[in-house]
Design a protein around this ligand. Structure first.
Ligand code: PAF
Length: 282
């Protein structure tokens, strides 16, 4: 496994694979890797000849009061984990490599699917994600790029921009990896105190309960209300509890597949999760 820190270095390392028309798989990350990231790499290994993993804490997707400065940077530990799952190349550029001075003047704005959920709660977040993902895809030029479904809205945004900009690759969405108690793996789980960690799985447990209620015929609005109550009662401060179609279209009734979305804070730590509930026609 090689580690490249410059765009030129990465291009040189990928040259033989590109010339031999090998399939390049790409897993973009912000590091501080956990089993969820490693599962993305495993999927990439299954489908591709060469796997590139980027580790870059992207400043443009963090809001002014968010955790950019404190975001864990654990390159050495990440490198060991990536070597173990067969990653071929780590791309770990500096901020100056990707955002050279005087300044990047281009914006990548994906409209519609960024209006709600995290797009609403974290203004500018998806503009930063769309810009960095576009840059990374142009630099790596993979055939496939892998994203986790925990960030459901991010996957929709990235698929939209890849489609709209005619980028020649396929986006693969990989199911969320969870701990045994159901908590979706996230680098931010590391911020939780022991007590908060005990409470955190309530999100997924209440999403599963909501799924059962929907299948039992309880109205979507009532199910969302119950979900909010359960989370408040457990000690969460709710950012949003909402339902959309898998394409992030508005919906008011459970008359098609629905995705339930939760973003909620335990202390200072903001957790997100989602569950797709299949509509079963009777
Ligand atoms: O999901 C993430 O870790 C980030 O949003 C991504 C896709 C690596 C872009 O910085």
């Amino acid at each position: 496994m090689k580690t490249e820190t410059t765009i030129h270095g990465l291009a040189a390392s990928l040259h033989p694979a590109r010339s031999a028309r090998k399939l390049i798989g790409f897993v973009p990350t912000m590091g501080n890797l956990h089993e969820g990231h490693l599962n993305l790499v495993r999927e990439a290994k299954n489908l591709c000849d060469i796997v590139v993993v980027s580790i870059f804490v992207n400043p443009t997707q963090f809001g002014p009061n968010e955790d950019f400065d404190n975001y864990p940077r654990t390159l050495e530990q990440d490198s060991h984990l990536l070597a173990d799952v067969g990653c071929d190349i780590i791309f770990a550029p500096t901020v100056e490599q990707l955002y050279p001075k005087p300044q990047v003047k281009t914006k990548v704005l994906v409209s519609g699917v960024t209006d709600m959920l995290c797009g609403h709660s974290r203004p500018g977040h998806f503009d930063g994600v769309a810009l960095i993902v576009t840059k990374l895809l142009n630099i790596v030029q993979p055939s496939y790029a892998f994203f986790g479904q925990k960030d459901f809205q991010q996957v929709v945004v990235v698929k939209q921009l890849v489609h709209d900009l005619n980028m020649p690759l396929e986006i693969i969405a990989v199911p969320t990896t969870r701990s045994a108690d159901g908590l979706a793996l996230s680098s931010r789980n590391g911020y939780l105190t022991a007590e908060q960690r005990q409470i955190a799985p309530t999100i997924y447990q209440s999403l599963l309960a909501a799924e059962t209620q929907l299948h039992d015929g309880i109205a979507l609005a009532d199910v969302l209300e119950t979900l909010k109550h359960t989370l408040c009662h457990a000690g969460f401060e709710i950012d949003y509890v909402s339902a959309y179609t898998p394409d992030l279209e508005h919906l008011t009734q459970f008359d098609q597949d629905v995705v339930l979305f939760v973003a909620a804070k335990l202390g200072e730590t903001r957790l997100i999760d989602n569950l797709k509930v299949k509509f079963i026609a009777t």
